[in-house]
Design a protein around this ligand. Structure first.
Ligand SMILES: [Zn+2]
Length: 401
């Protein structure tokens, strides 16, 4: 799967983006594992250690069964990581920044920054990973068969598995798993990779990204309901675990597809709105030597203003937000000035007055601030926050979350 920071929408909160287990930087991409991954890791180890391997290898000692099960689970996540990294690296080759990857319950997500660039870039970034998985699947299976070849002659099929070594067993398990990973992701429902490929093709054909997203996500939701239907049939048929698994995947896909549709509606509603229309202009501003204490008391608590522009001689030099003040212990508020805790103007993502609200939403998604100053030749003329955009959307009858 691939996801945009706010397209897939569910880990759109900056706090959740940076949570989870840090697994290092790979080719310049930050890799994290969500804690929900532990559940699926445990499921795979137990499934292999208690079910699959004892049947394949009745003569293996316990330590070997569980040892190989553990290695297999690690290799499985290695396979998911390679899948996501191939998205990230192809994205980079197409000029799309993918700063991080999160592995979670349903596999992985490569977080893209900004809007998709072009149908061609989207197409290659989406299709490369399922092809990589299918390629690994073929290679591992082929290698497994080659290693197993000396065992084949004169062996009854049922007697075959017990005679395979640990390495061959691993390869013959990992091969089909990677193959399945690639094929599942090629299902043409957005936001699965196949759905992204479909969207890129529709986008290329119609020239309309919003329409392409609506159609691909619509098919994604249809497929999600099919999966949930199959899941329900499995549950009633007694295959509880598979049934619940299908229900969960279907539910997750449906949510992700719906969020993508929603995002298109939101972006369209903000596309032609000038930022000057939605920005907040009635802002109390303070000079740099104001104490944090009086800024909090006289402005932040006395009004619903969420940040304070700092101005020296009529020139805007920085912004103090609630987050900046939170970092300072309260007993130090009277003695520290706002200029010591502010985020300076150079460090802030800003927009010119002729920008549109859609750009403000993108900036808010890409950066960690929740305020975008609108700056006209060094003078701050207003501020746009997520709350301002939500207010506009609700006035226009569009739900923003
Ligand atoms: Zn993928």
């Amino acid at each position: 799967m691939t996801a945009r920071t706010h397209a897939h929408t569910h880990p759109s909160d900056p706090a959740t983006l940076h949570s989870g287990l840090w697994l290092g930087r790979w080719f310049g991409v930050e890799v994290r594992a969500d804690f929900s991954l532990l559940i699926i890791f445990a499921l795979i180890v137990v499934n292999l250690g208690a079910g699959v391997f004892p049947t394949w290898h009745p003569d293996w000692p316990l330590w070997l069964v569980w040892g190989v099960a553990l290695v297999a689970a690690v290799l499985f996540f290695g396979s998911v990581l390679v899948h996501e990294l191939s998205h990230a690296l192809m994205g980079r080759a197409q000029g799309i920044s993918v700063p991080r990857i999160t592995l979670f319950l349903f596999g992985g997500m490569a977080h893209m920054e900004g809007k998709p660039r072009s149908p061609k870039a989207e197409f290659w970034m989406a299709i490369v990973a399922p092809l990589t998985s299918i390629g690994i699947g073929f290679a591992a299976s082929l290698l497994g068969f080659i290693l197993a070849a000396p065992v084949f002659p004169g062996t009854d099929f049922r007697q075959l598995f017990p005679r395979l070594g640990a390495m061959t067993t691993l390869l013959l398990w990992l091969g089909p798993i990677n193959f399945a990973l690639g094929v599942f992701n090629m299902i043409p429902g957005f936001p699965l990779d196949g759905g992204r490929v479909l969207r890129a093709v529709l986008w290329g054909a119609t020239g309309d990204l919003a329409k392409a997203t609506r159609w691909a996500a619509g098919l994604g939701r249809f497929i999600a309901w099919l999966l949930m239907g199959f899941g329900a049939l499995h549950v009633f048929g007694g295959a509880l675990l598979q049934g619940i698994w299908l229900l969960l995947i279907g539910w997750f896909l449906n949510n992700a597809a719906r969020a993508s549709q929603q995002q298109v509606v939101v972006l369209q509603a903000l596309a032609d709105v000038p930022v000057t229309r939605v920005m907040r202009t009635a802002l109390a501003r303070v000079p740099p030597d104001t104490s944090v204490e009086s800024a909090v008391r006289d402005i932040l608590l006395a009004s619903d203003q969420e940040s304070i522009p700092i101005e020296a001689d009529g020139k805007w030099i920085g912004l103090v937000s609630l987050a900046d003040i939170r970092k300072l212990p309260q007993e130090r508020w009277p003695e520290v000035t706002v200029s010591e805790v502010m985020t300076s103007a150079e460090q802030m993502p800003t927009l010119p007055p002729d920008a549109v609200a859609e750009q403000a939403l993108e900036r808010l998604g890409d950066s960690r601030t929740d305020q975008i100053p609108i700056v006209d030749r060094g003078t701050m003329v207003g501020v746009v926050s997520g709350r301002d955009l939500a207010k506009w959307l609700s006035l226009r009858g569009v739900a923003s979350s």
